[in-house]
Design a protein around this ligand. Structure first.
Ligand code: FAD
Length: 257
């Protein structure tokens, strides 16, 4: 069954711009922590955060974080996502513990719109599902027998056998397989992530995810993420001969987010 992207901002640091401004001011203030963090002038905080962002003083941005629930994405996307190691935490649905019977999958739009390719693709999904179930079943039957011969109760043997069977059967599942992941990133890590994954050179699926995440954090901390997006919003495209060549369209698109 086909599945679609769903991104939900679960939670974030309260008063994010106040936290960043307070943390940054502490570095230069003779006041105690309470005095520095109490700063409640929203406009002053906003201007201060804007100055930090413009100057590239990014370490205070690490004090605020955002937690997203992401589903309806492929394992191929999460493989790319988890390469972002710094300032990021992940918890992903496990294929060792959760059986992928009748798994959902993502269809790339370019395949979706070509009937010949789509037909083959759906066939491949169906075959993966079929072999997954057949391999699971074959392993499961053997393991139940083995565990019972070792003296385990039938119930325990079945439980352990199922887990052991699916952890090897999953090797035949495709990259297209739908997955769910909870991601927490601090604001500095998010800006770095947006630089790379909002770029037209990033693959369509992770690009779609990054743009949706950017839209959501812009609502919460507009000053921090005002310039969030691919590197070419602020500077010439760094991709050299591999540039998408669409810098004006890209800048227009992000100015409207
Ligand atoms: C368009 C595109 C194509 C890609 N193609 C490929 C590919 O073909 N193959 C592939 O393997 N990957 C590929 N990647 C992934 C890419 O190489 C990075 O792994 C990924 O984007 C995460 O970036 P990062 O390491 O900067 O992020 P993070 O891991 O979050 O690191 C953030 C920053 O911290 C610093 N840092 C982190 N770890 C270290 C370290 N060990 N030593 C020193 N400094 C460190 C660096 O400054 C780094 O930029 C691609 C990415 C993009 C956007």
């Amino acid at each position: 069954m086909q599945s679609r992207l769903n991104v939900h901002l679960i939670t974030h640091t309260p008063d994010p711009e106040k936290v960043i401004a307070g943390a940054a001011k502490l570095c230069y203030s003779p006041k105690g922590i309470e005095g520095t963090m109490e700063q409640s002038d929203v406009e002053k905080n906003r201007k201060f955060v804007q100055m930090l962002v413009n100057m590239g003083h990014e370490s205070p941005l690490e004090h605020i974080s955002f937690t997203f629930g992401i589903e309806g994405v492929s394992r191929s996307l999460t493989h790319q996502l988890v390469r972002h190691r710094i300032g990021a935490s992940y918890s992903q649905k496990s294929q060792r513990y959760v059986e992928e019977k009748s798994f959902e999958y993502i269809i790339p739009p370019e395949i979706e719109k070509r009937p010949g390719a789509k037909e083959k693709y759906l066939e491949a999904m169906e075959m993966s599902g079929k072999y997954y179930e057949e391999i699971t079943e074959a392993l499961y039957r053997d393991y139940v027998k083995q565990y019972m011969e070792k003296g385990e109760s039938e119930k325990n043997a079945q439980k352990t056998a199922k887990k052991k069977a699916i952890e090897d059967a999953r090797f035949v599942l495709p990259n297209a397989c739908e997955t769910k992941i909870i991601v927490t990133m601090n604001a500095r890590a998010l800006l770095h992530f947006f630089n790379h994954r909002c770029c037209n050179r990033a693959q369509w699926e992770i690009q779609e995810l990054a743009i949706e995440m950017l839209k959501q954090v812009k609502q919460i901390a507009p000053t921090v993420f005002d310039k969030g997006g691919p590197k070419c919003l602020e500077n010439p495209c760094p991709e050299g001969s591999m540039t998408c060549g669409e810098i004006t369209a890209v800048r227009n698109r992000f100015s409207e987010l």
